[in-house]
Design a protein. Structure first.
Length: 350
């Protein structure tokens, strides 16, 4: 077995430079540990913010980010280079309680891109994505600069749930266009949503699947597979970079501890949101028994939104709005307030 012999010889040569048998033994143990890690299911979900950001937000992993972006955007001339504007750092995960799932970058053609992983369903998603795209579009303009030099701003959201339940279309692309003629604003804003669960995620079909479907498979099912098996199912440098990062998180004590903390925080956050919605829905449905089922649903949604407002105010450390004050607002105003509070939270976290 020349491959193994070659590795053994290389370790012997490396340690021989220092005349160290313990060094050689330590390297052997490290090699065996890596081999064992390759033979165990990774157990790491790429949708957890720590893993997602380390895979796609680390400058040394830009090949993975480029591969994902090209699979989604499918430009005539693929992206070749990106600059990550908010790179992964351990510090940003040290004390935070909420998810940090967006990666902002600029490609070599000047386009501004924001890609995020969304694991919770909430109202106003598309509007929020439009807002972020508009923010990127505005932020690139400088005083005295020409509007003609503005570059496209693209907001991308990967979803682990169905956002458009009435359609089996997994990838939606929204852009500025003239409705009658279909003429597009080429250097404007775009919003992309990718509903990952709508893709065929069966292992038997993945080798023949398209690149975006393969990324969906990795994002939703990587935790079930050994690293070596994933590399066979998903060949290519972009996927290798992502899988190698997952393997590092799985094997490295500090990374695994941070990942576990972030997975728990993400799970608790989803539970709190779900609980607030359910509580509001139940209260609204009780009233609906007297006022009619439809009105009960509306009241349930309103009460759920009120609970969400108060929960976000608590997280931000703001004085909690009174229930009577919030109840006087209509659902549209409450939803707008939720979006405003979420934006303040994101700004505080960035």
């Amino acid at each position: 077995m020349p491959g193994i012999a070659g590795k053994r010889l290389s370790m012997q040569k490396l340690c021989g430079r220092f005349g160290s048998t313990p060094c050689y033994n330590a390297l052997q143990r490290l090699h065996r540990h890596r081999r064992r890690a390759d033979l165990m299911p990774l157990g790491i979900r790429p949708t957890v913010d720590f893993a997602f950001k380390k895979i796609f937000g680390s400058p040394q992993n830009e090949v993975a980010l480029i591969g994902l972006l090209n699979a989604i955007l499918n430009f005539e001339h693929p992206i070749e280079k990106v600059e990550i504007l908010n790179p992964f750092s351990y510090q940003e995960f040290a004390d935070k309680k909420l998810v940090v799932l967006d990666v902002r970058c600029q490609d070599s053609s000047g386009r501004w891109l924001n890609v995020e992983m969304q694991v919770s369903a909430f109202a106003g998603l598309i509007e929020r994505l439009v807002y972020y795209a508009c923010s990127m579009y505005v932020d690139q303009l400088v005083v005295g600069g020409s509007y003609a030099h503005a570059a496209p701003a693209i907001s991308i959201c990967l979803l682990s749930h169905r956002h458009f339940p009435d359609s089996e279309q997994a990838h939606h692309r929204f852009a500025l266009l003239d409705v009658p003629s279909g003429r597009r604003v080429e250097k404007g804003i775009e919003v992309h949503t990718v509903e990952l669960t709508k893709y065929n995620l069966g292992q038997e079909a993945i080798l023949e699947a398209g690149s975006l479907e393969k990324w969906a498979f990795l994002l939703l099912r990587a935790q079930e597979y050994e690293a070596a098996e994933l590399r066979q199912l998903l060949p290519g440098t972009a996927f290798k970079s992502a899988i190698d990062t997952l393997a590092v998180i799985s094997a490295k004590t500090e990374d695994k501890e941070l990942y576990d903390q972030r997975e728990k925080a993400q799970r608790d956050y989803q539970w709190a949101i779900s609980g607030a919605r359910e509580e509001g829905r139940e209260e609204g449905l009780e009233q609906g028994l007297e006022q009619g089922l439809e009105q009960g649903r509306e009241e349930g949604e309103k009460l759920a939104t009120i609970n969400t407002v108060q929960m976000l105010e608590d997280i931000l450390g703001l004085p909690r709005s009174g229930e009577n004050e919030l109840a006087a607002k209509d659902l549209a105003a409450l939803s707008a307030l939720v979006d405003e509070l979420k934006e303040r939270l994101r700004q505080r976290e960035s």
